[in-house]
Design a protein around this ligand. Sequence first.
Ligand SMILES: C[S@@+](CC[C@H](N)C(=O)[O-])C[C@H]1O[C@@H](n2cnc3c(N)ncnc32)[C@H](O)[C@@H]1O
Length: 175
Amino acid sequence: MPSHLAESPPSPWVARWASLIRPGGEALDVACGAGRHARFLAAQGFEVFAVDRDPGLFPDPPRGVTLVGADLEAGPWPFDGRRFDAIVVANYLHRPLLPILVDSLEPGGVLVYETFARGNERFGKPSNPDFLLAPGELLEAVRGKLRVVAYEDLVVASPRPAAIQRLCARREGGG
Ligand SMILES: C[S@@+](CC[C@H](N)C(=O)[O-])C[C@H]1O[C@@H](n2cnc3c(N)ncnc32)[C@H](O)[C@@H]1O
């Protein structure tokens, strides 16, 4: 991933729901890449943990960001026993992590997820079904555990045409 992506703006979906995160709370950016969401969240005053198997993509994490290098598919979950006020995942899917992410939210914590969905094959990559959400899959992942605040399953034009699903869901409880 080119380093200029560090300067990429956050996804509008992530930016939209950041106001639901407990002020000053702890946020986790999963598969952070060059860190556009970690930077955004740190700038909002959250204490951010950012994890990627290739931490070199995010060479200069700003104050407020703890960068963790870990392979989330080959190794153990690096945040075992920790709970977060927000977990952000963008453009990444490893299905076995979904229940772990749901269980890693504090009461009142929010999961903000956005990634490619079936139908994206029309537009390019990813086209492998392993990396494409099935219809309703994010909803199914949180059913009975989180309260869905917003969900979309659509084709977007920006930053490039893509079929995506996106979810914001909250664990009950908290203040
Ligand atoms: C398309 S990028 C998305 C980056 C970032 N979330 C964003 O939206 O800008 C996918 C990221 O997933 C990371 N990734 C892929 N497989 C991984 C794994 N097994 N463990 C941890 N990170 C992984 C890649 O290194 C890459 O940074």
